[in-house]
Design a protein around this ligand. Structure first.
Ligand code: F6R
Length: 608
């Protein structure tokens, strides 16, 4: 999704803007640009494609200035061309925008009547045009921003730069995230703390409706109604060092390998390692014991974590769970029981559809709990209870360590709920705690077969269609395997509940379609193996993800077997997640795909 940065500084800003934009590359983008005040004049350079194209332009045609704004654009309205790249500018004002201006068409009609005509296909340009009109009518820069923003509908984080106004950036936030970084005699703005991490760890987050006047000395924040606002100063831990790739070729590989540690940190939040007993370190603000139902909403991979969680909460806590993707939930307007619990899962904490579902539930009297990675995100800030993932920045667009940390958090919460509801006796609880305690070690073991998986992935990369099958809590992992493969390798893949195969998808099976069957040894393995036999009977080629026990009894039927460590079935989905991640990763690497920034994808999806 678009990323924005701004510097009201005292030293040249161009290289620093590029550096900060590089920190935002992980969000996904298809063009980039910067604008500075060069002796009071607005100057800009823009380029389609990667940041390196913009950097090359700047080498050939440098920019000067100590005040500037920058942008990485993820196209929504208009192709990812240089013309449509931000900043959008007139001689009087330059603007960068993250979000969507929903009423831009009607505003363009209004502006056209006054002689202001667009030159791009974007929704964002209208913001620069409106601000220019207000300036032409004699308003001050700050008043022009206020007048402009009051007319905008939709979601936006905006930065404005004005002709002749050295040292001034005006910012506004509605829906899309925006943070202010505090330096010494310099101030910074960015879409997130990572963008600011090159400059400062002192960060203030704007609330929805806030706007700010930023100069090198200070930031004055006001609410939508013009009241002076004081927002908390956070000390961000998004330090520069933790966003390096280290010895890995891609962030995704690094993050896959960080999973034993990430999961261990989550387990440590819920389990006292000295006694291997369940502990809830701070009292819950809601009571699992009396809950009639829990509502879960999330998007993409985070939704699939919730889908696995549903199996756990229903089985181990006997707690009914309603789950839906955020984009559907928000418009279904589901009736919710008073005093219910609504749980939201998000790595970024900024996903627009998840946030909208959260706000619907908050307005309908639900207690809001969230499982999030970015601690200062909007979803975290709007939640009554937050279960942090603590897995550090996830830079690869395809979610990996956040997914397994989400799964582990949900597994822990499910047994907390099971104990509170009397659904688990001590022996059962001890067994499940034991499974969680051994999880980090098992994940580390799963990673040792990476080379074997890489070989299998090389074969898989020749396919144009792949099916993934799983049953029970492994079914969402089949969906996740298909999602991962298609998003980073662009191979078409679909996941199915193994039992659904014969209800339609089996028509696709022939010798050209590899079928990845996720079947660790559990109470359902025989059923899944029957479905595998149906595939074999039709000439399908099986890649079986199982454990030693499963391989011993059923491995002969598969063309290839990925051997995962033997674990308790409770945590088997978390182990299998690693196998499907590695399969997708190595297929994509073999195909030469841009693994960390796959085409068309954004990391933080802040628009509907
Ligand atoms: C897939 C992926 C996405 C995200 C989804 C939700 O690998 O990363 O499907 O899971 O966009 O994002 P968050 O978790 O930030 O709400």
């Amino acid at each position: 999704m678009c990323g924005i940065v701004g510097i009201a500084g005292r030293e040249p800003v161009v290289d620093r803007l590029i550096g900060a934009l590089a920190r935002l590359e992980y969000r996904g983008y298809d063009s980039a640009g910067i604008a500075t005040l060069d002796h009071g004049e607005i100057q800009r350079r823009r380029a389609s494609g990667k940041l390196v194209n913009l950097a090359e332009k700047l080498t050939l045609d440098p920019l000067e200035g100590v005040t500037g704004i920058g942008h990485t654009r993820w196209a929504t309205h208009g192709a990812p061309t240089e013309l449509n790249a931000h900043p959008h500018a007139t001689p009087r004002v330059a603007v960068v925008h993250n979000g969507i201006i929903e009423n831009y068409r009607s505003l363009l009609v209004e502006l056209a009547a006054d002689g202001y005509l667009p030159v791009t296909q974007t929704d964002s340009e209208v913001v620069a045009m409106m601000a220019t009109r207000w300036l032409d009518l004699g308003l001050s820069p700050v008043a022009a921003v206020q007048a402009t923003v009051s007319r905008l509908e939709g979601a936006f984080a905006l930065l404005f730069l004005f002709h002749g106004e050295e040292g001034l950036i005006v910012a506004a936030r509605q829906g899309s995230p925006l943070a202010i970084g505090h330096g010494d005699g310099e101030m910074f703005l960015g879409s997130d703390a990572l963008a600011l991490s090159l400059f400062t760890d002192r960060v203030t987050y704007l609330d929805d409706g806030d706007w700010a006047v930023v100069t090198p000395q200070k930031a004055s924040i006001r609410t939508r109604d013009g009241m002076v606002a004081s927002r908390i100063l956070h000390h961000s831990n998004a330090s520069s060092s933790i966003v390096e790739k280290g010895p890995y070729r891609h962030f995704m590989a690094k993050e896959i390998h960080e999973q034993p540690d990430a999961v261990s940190r989550v387990v440590g939040q819920f389990i006292d390692r000295a006694t291997d007993t369940l502990v809830v370190r701070s009292p819950l603000a809601f009571d699992f014991a009396t809950l009639g139902r829990m509502t879960v909403s999330a998007c993409g991979t985070a939704y699939l974590a919730g889908a696995v969680g549903r199996y756990w909460f229903e089985r181990y806590a006997r707690l009914p769970v309603d789950i839906d993707v955020g984009s559907e939930f928000r418009y279904r307007q589901p009736p919710l029981q008073p005093e219910g619990l609504a749980l939201f899962i998000s790595q970024s904490g900024e996903t627009a559809d998840t946030l909208a579902a959260l706000r619907y539930c908050a307005a309908n009297g639900q207690h809001i709990a969230s499982v999030v990675n970015v601690a200062e995100s909007t979803i975290a800030r709007e939640s009554g209870s937050v279960f942090p993932l603590l897995c550090g920045p996830e830079i690869g667009v395809a979610s990996t360590k956040a997914f397994t940390a989400q799964l582990t958090t949900l597994a822990c919460l499910a047994i907390v709920a099971g104990r509170a509801r009397g659904a688990l006796d001590n022996a059962a609880l001890a067994e499940l705690v034991g499974a969680l305690v051994s999880l980090p070690g098992a994940l580390a073991k799963a990673l040792t077969v990476e080379e074997d998986i890489a070989k299998i992935a090389r074969g898989l990369s020749k396919a144009s269609d792949v099916l993934f099958l799983g049953r029970g809590s492994l079914y969402p992992i089949a969906l996740e395997g298909a999602l991962k493969l298609k998003e980073i390798s662009y191979i078409h893949a679909e996941g199915y509940a193994a039992g659904e195969l014969k209800h339609g998808p089996i028509a696709l099976v022939d010798e050209t379609v590899p079928v990845v069957v996720i079947a660790p040894s559990d109470e359902l393995i025989e059923k899944t193996i029957s479905n595998m036999q149906e595939v074999c009977a039709r000439g399908g080629k099986i890649i079986l993800i199982t454990d030693a026990q499963g391989a011993a009894t059923h491995g002969a039927m598969a063309q290839q077997t990925i051997l995962m460590p033997q674990v308790h079935p409770f945590v088997a989905p978390i182990i299998a997640a690693v196998a499907v991640q590695l399969l997708a990763y190595h297929a994509a690497v073999h195909l030469g795909a841009d693994v960390d920034q796959p085409r068309n994808l954004a990391k933080s999806v802040t628009v509907e």
